[in-house]
Write a protein that binds this ligand. Structure first.
Ligand code: M6R
Length: 604
């Protein structure tokens, strides 16, 4: 999704903007650009494709002394990924960058065009800068024109605008898309879509609320809320540790993040387990009082972890649980009962569809909880309560450690509710807590396993599709395995319940149909095995993952003998992640930034 950076200060503005955009690469983009206002003159550069192209274009451009700059990585929504459509967009004497969607842009564009304004791009964003320049003609100053402009926009946005008449100022507005402001003791000012570009630059940051707008100049910041009331910035310290955001010698962030799962799960568990019960300091003692049902809502990988939760919640906590895809839920006029706890799950905390469902649930008066990886994200700020997954920064577009920590939280939460509702014997809760302590070890990647998957991957680069199959909680894992593979290999893959294959998909069975079969020894083994045998009998190519030898498999990946199906779940999760990674690498794809995808989907 688009990324924004801004800078006011005396350092090397060009480099600060390019470095900031580099930190936002993980969000996904197809073009990039910067505009710098220095000594009363604008310079702007844009390039399609990777940032290296923009770097090349700006190689002769030097910034020295005080300057104001804005930069942007664009993920196309309106108009193709071309240089003309890349941001910043120019008016007569101003530049704008924008993340989000201006829903009424067509109407504004028509009005502007009928008054003689010409447009260079096909984007919705360009209307902002022209509307601002139209308003400036009837305003006493640039800020008045900017405020008027913001009020005329419908949709979601994070906007930065600079104009020649205010050469030390950046105007900003935030509504529905993320943006924060940072500063340091040298008086430098920064804007960005997320924390990462500001680490090592700013010492403290202010997270804007929806509806905030205002301006920052060399000496001060003015923030106004949606009701035009002036408000103070609320500064928080920002971590300066960038090391965790680097690749640490791994080929890809995704690979590094798979290997990190053991340590981040330890962090997820830290302080939350004692011998007999789960402790969530974040939750009020009475948080579950009066709750008779749980509704989970999310997108993509987070939706898969929510599906896993539904098995655990009903099995252990005996609480009615339903799971919703956020983009569907928000438009289907759903029934919402006050005794339902509404849980949203999101790595980023910014996914537009999920955020919207959280707003709906709040409006309907439901108690809300977010399971999230990013503190201070929009969802965290909105929900009644938050449980942070503590996975650390996840840069690979294909989510791995976020999923692992989400499922860990859900397993803990099912035991937490089971104790409150008295649906599991204390001895069983204690047994499962001791199993939870084994998860960090169960997701450790052995060299032997990785080597085996690397070798195996060369046999799965063609064919007419993959089916990942599993039963019970292994069905969401099958869905997640298929999503991982399709995201980064661009091969067709589906997740399916093993028992459902005979109701249609088995018609596809032939040697070119690859079935990745999840066969946990401790959960419905015999049933799952017969489903795989049915496929094997019809000549499908079977790659079985199990701790039990399976002679009908063409390829067999052995996981270790585990005490419980949940430990098998975590071991198999690592196997499907690495298999996808190795297939993608063999196909020569960009593992961390797969085509057409964005890390944080902040538009619907
Ligand atoms: O940040 P979120 O967890 O809300 O993101 C939801 C999905 O966009 C995300 O999980 C997506 O499916 C990933 N690319 C999966 O690898």
């Amino acid at each position: 999704m688009c990324g924004i950076v801004g800078y006011i200060g005396k350092n090397n503005t060009k480099q600060i903007l390019l470095d900031g955009l580099k930190e936002l690469e993980y969000r996904g983009y197809d073009s990039a650009g910067i505009a710098v206002l220095q000594n009363g003159k604008f310079s702007s550069y844009k390039a399609i494709g990777k940032l290296v192209n923009l770097k090349e274009k700006t190689s002769d451009f030097i910034t020295e002394g005080f300057a104001v700059g804005i930069g942007h990585t664009r993920w196309a929504t309106h108009g193709k990924p071309t240089e003309l459509n890349a941001h910043p967009h120019i008016g007569e004497s101003s530049y704008v960058v924008h993340n989000g969607i201006i829903e009424n842009y067509a109407k504004l564009k028509k009005e502007l065009m009928s008054s003689g304004v010409s447009f260079l791009s096909q984007t919705d964003t360009e209307v902002i800068v022209h509307q601002f320049e139209k308003n400036i003609k009837s305003s006493t100053n640039a800020f008045e024109a900017f405020s008027k402009t913001i009020k005329e926009l419908d949709g979601a946005y994070a906007i930065l605008l600079t104009t020649i008449s205010e050469p030390d100022t950046i105007f900003f507005a935030k509504h529905g898309s993320p943006m924060l402001f940072g500063r340091n003791k040298d008086g430098e000012k920064y804007f960005a879509s997320s924390d990462t570009p500001l680490m090592g630059q700013a010492s403290e940051v202010n997270y804007f609320e929806d509806g905030d707008y205002g301006y920052v100049n060399e000496s001060e910041i003015f923030i106004f809320d949606k009701n035009k009331n002036k408000k103070d910035a609320i500064y928080k310290k920002i971590s300066q540790n960038k090391l965790s955001a680097q690749k640490d010698g791994y080929r890809f962030f995704m690979e590094k993040e798979i290997y990190e799962q053991s340590s981040v799960i330890s962090d997820t568990l830290m302080g939350r387990l004692n011998d007999e019960e789960i402790v969530f300091d974040e939750l009020d003692e009475n948080f579950f009082e009066g709750i008779n049902e749980i509704k989970l809502c999310a997108c993509g990988t987070s939706y898969h972890s929510a599906l896993s939760a539904s098995y655990l919640f009903e099995r252990y906590a005996k609480i009615r649980t339903s799971v919703e895809i956020a983009s569907e839920f928000r438009y289907r006029e759903p029934m919402m009962q006050k005794d339902t706890l509404f849980i949203v799950i999101s790595q980023s905390g910014e996914t537009a569809d999920t955020l919207e469902t959280l707003k709906m649930a709040k409006k309907a008066g439901l108690r809300t909880l977010v399971i999230c990886n990013v503190d201070n994200s929009s969802m965290v700020r909105l929900a009644d309560a938050t449980i942070l997954t503590r996975a650390g920064i996840e840069k690979g577009v294909a989510s791995t450690k976020a999923f692992a920590t989400q499922v860990t939280i859900f397993w803990m939460m099912s035991l937490y509710i089971a104790r409150i509702k008295n649906t599991l014997a204390s001895k069983e809760i204690a047994r499962q807590i001791s199993l939870l302590r084994e998860v960090p070890a169960s997701v450790k990647v052995s060299d032997e396993m990785h080597e085996k998957l690397k070798r195996l991957s060369k046999r799965y680069l063609h064919g007419h599709g993959f089916f990942f199959i599993g039963r019970d909680i292994f069905f969401p894992l099958a869905l997640e395995g298929a999503l991982k593979l399709k995201e980064i290999s661009y091969l067709h893959a589906e997740g399916y319940p093993s028992g459902e294959m005979k109701h249609g998909p088995i018609a596809l069975a032939d040697p070119e149909l690859f079935t990745i079969a999840l066969l946990p020894e401790h959960l419905h083994y015999e049933k799952s095995k017969s489903n795989v045998e049915e496929l094997s009998a019809r000549d499908a190519t079977i790659c079985a993952i199990s701790s039990k030898e399976f002679d009908k498999a063409d390829d067999f990946i052995a996981i270790s003998k585990c005490k419980d199906y949940m430990l098998e779940f975590f071991e198999m999760m690592v196997v499907v992640q690495i298999l996808s990674l190795e297939i993608s690498i063999r196909l020569g794809n960009d593992v961390d930034m797969p085509r057409n995808l964005a890390k944080s989907v902040t538009v619907e």
